[in-house]
Every structure is written in structure tokens, then in C-alpha cells.
Design a protein. Structure first.
Length: 285
């Protein structure tokens, strides 16, 4: 029986890998990790700068918050250009994963790591936060949404070097960005236009890297299950603590009603019970 369960699990993982495209962050991160040629192609098309040169790129790079207890982030791709510019590229299947304030947060996390002690603020390099979304989350039907700060009174550019770009993954135009988005949606390497992307996808889905891809999918499933269990346990503990608090308050109300001959409303007034708790407790009395 155990052997059969393992075979079923393996088949499930294999099916998941077969159905993946570059819109899946696990595959995308692996294809672009250390792949300078593919990263240059991606950035040149999206940012419309043919002179972009990448000197390093890593997939699944974790940035820890400088604040104790602050939120950490894991970047799908973090690349550095030859002039020092930094590029974070994320793929998102669902709109909520590409929230506009997440773009702001990711940008700030990149910026906070660029300067060393003693450096001038003028030395801060440009940063690019790029979201490639499966759908057109802004709904204007255009391929790329570029966000830069500007002076509201004059509409001139406020050139602080911070750039946010959203790519409409649903765009199907007959141009470079349309072909790139077609490639991102392909589940088989043979359907991909750009050879450097086809080679990466083929490696991780059909050749030597497939085992590593399957392991990544399995690990993701395990991590998700552990996080779900932890979140559920924490939520249950919070609910239990809340019930203890309310039961204690309920007992105090009953004691006041019995010993001081107060009505329920009077007892709750004496105890300073808030409206939310009052509504719950009235149902329990």
C-alpha cells in the first residue's frame, strides 16, 4: 500500500511539472537562475533598452527584513546590471500577488541594500521592480504599464531612479512583448520562439534538470502543508484564548447579576464591556 501511495505521489508531481510554464515561479526561477543570456533577453524586451548588460542573476533570493519581526520576502529573480542597476522580476498567477503596495515594498527592500556605510545617497543606483502577471490586472489592454514618480504641479519626471513595471501576460500582440508572453505561457519547449528560453525550459522539464524540478515541487508542497498546519494551529490557539476570555467575562457578569441584583445590561456597563463583546455575550446569557 505504501509503495502504491508513493507511485501516486510521484505521478502527481510529474503531472504538475508537465503542466508548468514560465508563469510558474518555481520553473521561471530555475530557468533564469545564473542564466545571464536569458535574463538580458527578458529585460531588454520589457524595458526596451537593447544595451542592458547583466553581470549576475539569482533565482529565489531571500531578503530578510532589517526590523526584528518584520516581513521577509523571496524574490523570483534578482539581477544586477553592469552599471550597478538592480532588477527584481516576479511572475504572478493571481492579481493579489502583484498588489501595487507589494511593488513598493519590494523596491524598498532592494534600495535598502544598495548603499554601504559612508556612501552618499546620490550613489544609490536605479532599481526596477517588474511584475509579469498572468492577466491584465489594470484592464487597459496594453502590454506594459510603466510607473515612475513625477511632480504633480508640473508633470515633470521626479527622477529618483525607482521604476515599477507591470507586464500584461495576457497580451497577444505580434511584437516582441507579445512573443515573449506567448513563450511564458508555453508548457512545452518546442512551442517557444526564443531559443535561449526554450533551452532552459527543455532542461528542467524534459532533460537532466527535470528531477530537480520535481524535487522543488515536492518541497513546495511540503512547505505549504507545514505553513497551513502552523497557521491553523495559531488560529485555533487564538480562538481558544478568545473563548477563555469571553467565558471569564461571562462568569463575571453572572456573578454581578446574582450578587448585586443587576440586569445583564447593567452588569456589562459596570464591567465596561465593548459593543462587539456585548453582542456575543448577550447570546450566551
Amino acid at each position: 500500500m505504501a509503495g502504491e501511495e508513493i507511485r501516486q505521489d510521484n505521478r502527481t508531481v510529474e503531472q504538475i511539472v508537465d503542466g508548468m510554464s514560465l508563469f510558474d515561479d518555481d520553473l521561471m526561477s530555475m530557468v533564469f537562475d545564473s542564466n545571464i543570456e536569458a535574463t538580458e533577453l527578458l529585460l531588454r524586451i520589457i524595458l526596451k533598452h537593447d544595451d542592458i548588460q547583466v553581470v549576475s542573476v539569482v533565482g529565489q533570493r531571500e531578503l530578510q527584513s532589517p526590523v526584528v519581526g518584520g516581513r521577509d520576502i523571496r524574490l523570483d529573480i534578482l539581477a544586477k546590471g553592469s552599471t550597478g542597476k538592480q532588477y527584481n522580476v516576479e511572475v504572478q498567477q493571481k492579481p493579489e500577488g502583484a498588489h501595487i503596495r507589494r511593488a513598493r515594498f519590494n523596491s524598498s527592500m532592494m534600495d535598502s541594500r544598495m548603499l554601504k556605510a559612508g556612501q552618499e545617497f546620490s550613489e544609490l543606483q536605479d532599481s526596477y521592480m517588474v511584475f509579469i502577471t498572468r492577466t491584465d490586472i489594470f484592464g487597459y489592454g496594453i502590454p506594459i504599464y510603466t510607473i515612475n514618480r513625477h511632480f504633480e504641479e508640473t508633470d515633470e519626471l521626479f527622477d529618483d531612479g525607482s521604476h515599477i513595471v507591470y507586464v500584461n501576460g495576457n497580451y497577444k500582440g505580434d511584437d516582441t512583448i507579445g512573443r515573449l508572453m506567448h513563450n511564458f505561457g508555453c508548457k512545452e519547449a518546442k512551442d517557444i520562439y526564443y531559443p535561449v528560453l526554450a533551452k532552459g525550459v527543455r532542461h528542467f522539464k524534459e532533460e537532466g534538470g527535470r528531477e530537480r524540478m520535481c524535487e522543488a515541487v515536492e518541497q513546495y508542497a511540503k512547505d505549504y502543508a507545514e505553513k497551513y498546519a502552523k497557521d491553523y494551529a495559531e488560529k485555533y490557539a487564538e480562538q481558544k484564548a478568545e473563548n477563555v476570555r469571553l467565558n471569564s467575562l461571562l462568569e463575571s457578569i453572572r456573578n454581578l447579576m446574582a450578587n448585586m441584583k443587576l440586569g445583564a445590561e447593567q452588569a456589562m456597563n459596570v464591567l465596561g464591556v465593548n459593543d462587539r463583546d456585548r453582542e456575543i455575550l448577550q447570546k450566551r446569557l
